[in-house]
Design a protein. Structure first.
Length: 190
């Protein structure tokens, strides 16, 4: 039984109401796909975790110039929608670097931060291939690019490595994330 308090249909409506940029919407869809897989791995509800992933960046367009506010507007929106507090907290935790009063301590918060961060590395990796398709990417290619600090410079490798705090080896986390995104490649346009 779902405990998040928001249906996926409503989550998609909120996504379209609050996010205009198509690439940001795709980032949220990619994060949803990874979070669903992580939930399955941990024996949690994939729908709940997926919705948290889908909605984590609702306020990004409004707060991109104020990273110390990113997540706060999203939390307000989602509380008004009836989202259960553990999920709101995990969404806040994904920006623990920016929010002074927030620490990333929960399994879901750590998973969300690592998942949403690796999406950028996976997409950037796919885009260097001639076909620009996720199907061409292998986990070892992601790991190779993890080491290349000049590649996808804005991707915080330390946040991705936090997957180890929730019991994942980096290779396994990259493989799970890639598979999740490959399974959603049509909706991601890759």
């Amino acid at each position: 039984m779902s405990t998040i308090g928001i249906s996926r249909d409503r989550a998609l409506e909120l996504l379209h109401e609050h996010i205009e940029a198509e690439n940001l919407r795709k980032h949220c869809l990619a994060t949803e796909a990874i979070m669903r897989r992580l939930a399955e791995h941990f024996g949690e509800d994939p729908d709940d975790w997926g919705i948290a992933g889908l909605l984590h960046d609702l306020d990004f367009e409004q707060t991109k110039e104020a990273p110390d506010r990113h997540g706060l507007l999203t939390a307000d929106i989602l509380r008004k929608e009836g989202m259960a507090e553990p999920f709101v907290s995990a969404i806040l935790e994904h920006n623990a670097e920016g929010l002074a009063e927030v620490e990333r301590t929960t399994q879901m918060g750590i998973a969300l931060a690592a998942a949403e961060t690796i999406t950028g590395l996976i997409v950037a990796t796919a885009l260097v291939y001639p076909d620009k398709k996720l199907a061409s990417v292998k986990p070892k290619s992601i790991l190779k690019r993890m080491k290349a600090k000049e590649f996808a410079r804005s991707v915080d490798r330390d946040v991705i490595r936090e997957c180890e705090r929730i019991g994942f080896e980096l290779h396994d986390f990259a493989a799970l994330s890639l598979r999740a995104m490959q399974d959603s490649a049509a909706s991601l346009g890759l």
